[in-house]
Ligand binder design. Structure first.
Ligand code: F3S
Length: 403
C-alpha cells in the first residue's frame, strides 16, 4: 500500500508505540482488502465500548492504548453496558458496572465524547454527504452511509480506535464510488405508514440481500428520520446491510439511474411479504416487557410515547432507551416524568442488547424494532412481538396483547 510520508512516520514509530500499533492494524486491514492507499477520516463513532461485548481482553487493550494517547479526530462512543448514572438503582452487578466505568473512562482519557448512544447523528455527530468517516455500530453505519451520504465501512472496536488515533482508514469498500451502487432493486408495492412498517420491510429485505446494497423503488411519501432509522437497523440486523438507497429521497439516489447501472436482481415487497414478517413476530397473550428505542429514541419519539402514557399506568416493564442528551431535553419538556409516572423507565447510555442481562423473570417482549425483535430470543430468551409504538404502549397498559 502506498503511504504518505506522515503515514510512514506513524508506521515507523515516530509518534510512539500506540500510533505505530494502530497504523499496523490499518495497513494489515488494507492489505487484506487490497486497498491502494489510506484515506483521511474526519470523525469516528466507536463501537466496542460495552464491557458486555469487550470483556477483560478488550478492556485491557483499550486501557493500554489510553496510556498517553490522544485521539486525533472527534470520536463519539456507542452504547455501553450500563446506565451510567442509574446503574445502582437498576441493580447492575457492581463488578460489571465498575469494569464498564473503567472502559468508558479509558476512552474519555483519550478524548472521546461520552455520547454512549447508537444514534450519534441525533446528538451532534452529523457527517455530510461524501465525508469519509470511520463508524461502528451497524444501525449507525447504515444511517450514515444511506441517509447522510457519508462514507464508512463497518468498523469494529480495534479499527475504530486505530482510526481515531491516526485519522486514517484504508481506502476500500464503501469509501469507493464503485461499491456504492445498488445490487438489488426492491419494488415496494404497499404504502408504508409507520416506523414499524419500515422495520418490517428492513427485516424482510435484509434476510434476502445479506451485505448487498438494496435500492428501494416505489416509496411515494418522504419517510421521516425515525422511519429511516428503523429501516436501516432492521436491514443491518436480519442481514448485514451497510448502505441502501431510496429513490427520490436519499442523497445519492435522486433518480434510479444514479445508483443502478445495468441488470440487478429484483425483489418485490408488498402486503404478502409484510404479513410473512408480521406472522413471525406475532403473539397473543401476556406481555411482560416493552422496549422502545432500538436504535435509541429521538425527542420526537419520546414525546409520542409520553403523550400516549399521559395519565395512564402500565402493567409491564417498559424501557424507553435513549441517549443522555435526548433524556435531558425530554426532562426539560416533561416527557421523562410522564413516562416514569406511568411506571416506565427512561434508560440512558445502554440498551437490552448491550447491557448486562438483568433477570427480571420476563418471558415476552413487545417492541417496534426489527433489531430488538431479532435479538430478543437469542440474547434474553424472550419471545418477541413486533407492534407499532401506540400498540406497544397499549400492550404495556393492558399487560397483554390480542386477547
Ligand atoms: Fe442501539 Fe442497542 Fe439497538 S445499541 S440499535 S439500542 S441493540
Amino acid at each position: 500500500m502506498k503511504l504518505t510520508s506522515e503515514e510512514q512516520k506513524m508506521l515507523g514509530g515516530e509518534y510512539g508505540k500506540t500510533v505505530q500499533k494502530c497504523m499496523k492494524v490499518l495497513v494489515a486491514l488494507g492489505d487484506i482488502y487490497g486497498a491502494e492507499h489510506m484515506i483521511e477520516v474526519n470523525n469516528v463513532h466507536s463501537p466496542g465500548v460495552s464491557y458486555r461485548v469487550t470483556g477483560d481482553a478488550g478492556l485491557n487493550y483499550v486501557k493500554e492504548a489510553s496510556d498517553g494517547t490522544v485521539f486525533k479526530i472527534p470520536t463519539t462512543l456507542n452504547t455501553i453496558g450500563i446506565d451510567y448514572e442509574n446503574w445502582e438503582a437498576m441493580e447492575y452487578p457492581e463488578e460489571f458496572a465498575h469494569k464498564q466505568i473503567e472502559l468508558s473512562e479509558s476512552y474519555e482519557k483519550m478524548g472521546a465524547l461520552c455520547t454512549n448512544t447508537c444514534t450519534p447523528y441525533l446528538v451532534g455527530n452529523v457527517p455530510m454527504k461524501g465525508e469519509h468517516i470511520a463508524w461502528g455500530e451497524s444501525s449507525a453505519i447504515v444511517f450514515a452511509n444511506s441517509v447522510l451520504g457519508a462514507r464508512t465501512n463497518r468498523e469494529g472496536g480495534p479499527t475504530a480506535l486505530a482510526a481515531a488515533v491516526t485519522g486514517r482508514v484504508p481506502a476500500y469498500g464503501l469509501h469507493l464510488d464503485e461499491n456504492r451502487k445498488g445490487t438489488h432493486l426492491i419494488k415496494v408495492e404497499m404504502e408504508l405508514k409507520t416506523d414499524k412498517d419500515y422495520a418490517v420491510m428492513g427485516y424482510y429485505v435484509g434476510r434476502l440481500v445479506g451485505s448487498a446494497v438494496p435500492v428501494f423503488e416505489g416509496i411515494k411519501e418522504r419517510p421521516r428520520l425515525e422511519s429511516f432509522k428503523a429501516l436501516g437497523a432492521a436491514l443491518a440486523s436480519s442481514g448485514a446491510v451497510a448502505l441502501y438507497h431510496v429513490i427520490g429521497f436519499t442523497p445519492e439516489a435522486p433518480v434510479k439511474e444514479a445508483v443502478i447501472n445495468g441488470e440487478v436482481e429484483t425483489i418485490v415487497f408488498g402486503q404478502a411479504e409484510y404479513d410473512k414478517v408480521s406472522e413471525k413476530f406475532a403473539m397473543k397473550g401476556d406481555i411482560d416487557f416493552v422496549v422502545i428505542g432500538c436504535p435509541h429514541v429521538s425527542i420526537n419519539e419520546m414525546k409520542e410515547i409520553a403523550d400516549l402514557l399521559a395519565g395512564k399506568k402500565i402493567k409491564t416493564g417498559l424501557w424507553v432507551c435513549t441517549s443522555r442528551q435526548v433524556k435531558d431535553l425530554g426532562e426539560r419538556m416533561g416527557y421523562v416524568q410522564t413516562i416514569i409516572e406511568a411506571g416506565g423507565e427512561v434508560v440512558c447510555d445502554t440498551c437490552p442488547v448491550l447491557s448486562f442481562t438483568l433477570d427480571r423473570g420476563y418471558k415476552t417482549v413487545a417492541t417496534n424494532s426489527g433489531k430488538m425483535a431479532h435479538y430478543a430470543p437469542g440474547l434474553w430468551n424472550l419471545q418477541p412481538i413486533m407492534l407499532q409504538v401506540n400498540e406497544c404502549i397499549q400492550a404495556a397498559i393492558d399487560g397483554k396483547w390480542g386477547v
